[in-house]
Design a protein around this ligand. Structure first.
Ligand code: NAD
Length: 436
């Protein structure tokens, strides 16, 4: 069998079904390469061994099919040295199998790095459900079946992967997953989960802004000007944090008229101290916010917004925001930012609090949880402020981009085994793999 990577997901589902409905690929230390558990998948194993962009010694990739929905499921485990491979479940349409695999591999590596730099005892993983072209994907009954199936798939992996919410999946979906597996976090408060993480995410990003200002010798946030793209969930809480710190001015653009009205109404009802705030309605392609003179620019909408054109427009010494994957091309755009002398706080350093908020749900709930609060301080070794400064200082010291510095620090932390369980994930994978 060849040409698997080029197949559309439906074509691959046919192949997978014909071969028993399950596929596992894993890193084999003895052979020093990725290995498939069946010969028809050797092409994928060879590709994963040779690709250097998205594949970084991933411990395992599991593929399966929903028994009733027929949807393609993936669980991507980058590393389990620091603990179980944790990361959200993306529900998204894909054109080709290669796109599915690349997304899962890249995102699971990102989760390893994000959790390690946050000081969490988690490894990195990512889940994918491929949205079928003809599926009634918005229908609640269909979704409940689908996510229950994915929960069953997760259970079959014996806890080497812990799933969570991500793009395309919501709290109700996690409640469905939780019906068929215990290996899920970010479940709704009604079943003991931690609820909406946006307030914590916003506060974490603001701590990262403070660290960047401090690194550049520009003082505190008081009196500063902050420009942001997007005035959604996280941005709303971020405005409150910034107002509480006495920033001088906030300018935010937002494409949703309803959201603009909602934020404006709330601010006029609740007040905003001495901070001047302007929430501007923008068209989706409007990039004027990038040219706003400010002390910090915060991308708080979607990813891929920092490209050669927008980077050239920036009039800020710092970029630090909540959006995931802000660089359009992460092998080019961090360099362009550095060349313009802009301190870029890598998104996964600034926006970690989403995963932190739900990572330790199973350890119980405490008011003003110290396991959360320490991330917002300036003394704990893994606090957002401390790690952000460490990243910026390392980049400056070694003459490398901040993304490279953050990745290097994260990769070092990823090699530290879990203090109690060690590299147990590897043993779980060994138990799951059918050796040929
Ligand atoms: P959200 O959907 O509530 O907010 C995004 C807002 O951006 C929306 O109101 C949308 O209308 C607006 N928007 C989209 N395109 C725009 C554009 N071109 N110009 C101006 N506004 C635009 O999402 P959120 O939960 O606030 O998350 C924001 C970002 O942060 C996302 O990229 C998300 O992946 C990331 N993030 C969120 C969390 C969290 O805890 N919610 C954690 C980590 C990362």
């Amino acid at each position: 069998m060849s040409g698997l990577l080029e197949l559309d997901p439906e074509g691959f589902i046919d192949q997978l079904r014909a071969h028993g409905g399950r596929a596992t690929l894993y890193w084999d230390d003895a052979q020093g390469k990725m290995v498939a558990d069946a010969p028809w998948l050797d092409e994928l194993a060879a590709w994963m061994t040779s690709d250097t962009r998205d594949v970084h010694h991933h411990e395992a990739v599991f593929l399966g099919i929903g028994p009733e929905t027929g949807a393609l499921f993936g669980a991507f485990v980058h590393a389990t040295v620091r603990g179980q491979g944790a990361g959200g479940l993306r529900f998204w349409p894909y054109a080709r199998l290669e796109d599915v695999l690349r997304d899962g591999l890249r995102l699971s590596l990102g989760m390893s790095r994000k959790s390690a730099l946050a000081g969490l005892w988690w490894g990195g993983g990512k889940g994918i459900i491929v949205r079928r072209p003809d599926a009634p994907w918005q229908d609640p009954t269909y979704r409940r079946t689908l996510y229950r199936e994915y929960g069953g798939f997760t259970t079959s992996l014996r806890g080497v992967y812990i799933t969570a919410e991500d793009v395309g999946s919501g709290p109700a979906d996690m409640a469905s997953v939780f019906e068929t597996t215990r290996y899920v976090t970010c479940v709704p408060p009604a079943v003991g989960g931690s609820g909406n993480p946006s307030a914590a995410t916003a506060k974490g990003v603001v701590c990262a802004m403070e660290a960047a200002l401090d690194h550049l010798g520009r003082g505190e946030l008081r009196g500063k000007t902050i420009a942001m793209q997007g005035a959604g969930n996280v941005a709303g809480f971020m405005i409150d944090e910034l107002v509480a710190r006495g920033v001088g001015r906030i300018i935010a653009t937002e494409i949703s008229a309803d959201r603009v009205a909602e934020v404006r109404a709330r601010l006029s009802r609740e007040g905003h101290g001495s901070t001047s705030i302007e929430i501007r309605q923008a068209a989706p392609g409007d990039r004027q916010i990038f040219a706003e003179p400010c002390d910090v620019f915060a991308p708080n909408a979607l990813g891929g917004v920092l490209d050669p054109e927008t980077i050239a427009m920036l009039q800020t010494p710092i970029v630090c925001g909540a959006a995931n994957n802000q660089l359009l091309d992460d092998r080019r755009d961090d360099r362009l930012l550095a060349e313009r002398g802009i301190a870029y706080v890598p998104d996964f350093v600034a926006n970690r609090m989403g995963i932190v908020n739900c990572a330790n749900e199973q350890y119980g709930q405490v008011d003003g949880d110290p396991a959360i609060e320490r991330h917002f301080g300036r003394t704990w070794d893994n606090a957002v402020f401390v790690v952000t400064k460490r990243v910026l200082e390392r980049a400056a010291r070694e003459g490398i981009t901040t993304s490279r510095a953050a990745n290097a620090l994260a990769d070092e932390a990823c090699r530290v085994p879990h203090p109690i369980w060690g590299h147990r994930g590897r043993t779980i994978i060994d138990g799951l793999v059918k050796k040929r």
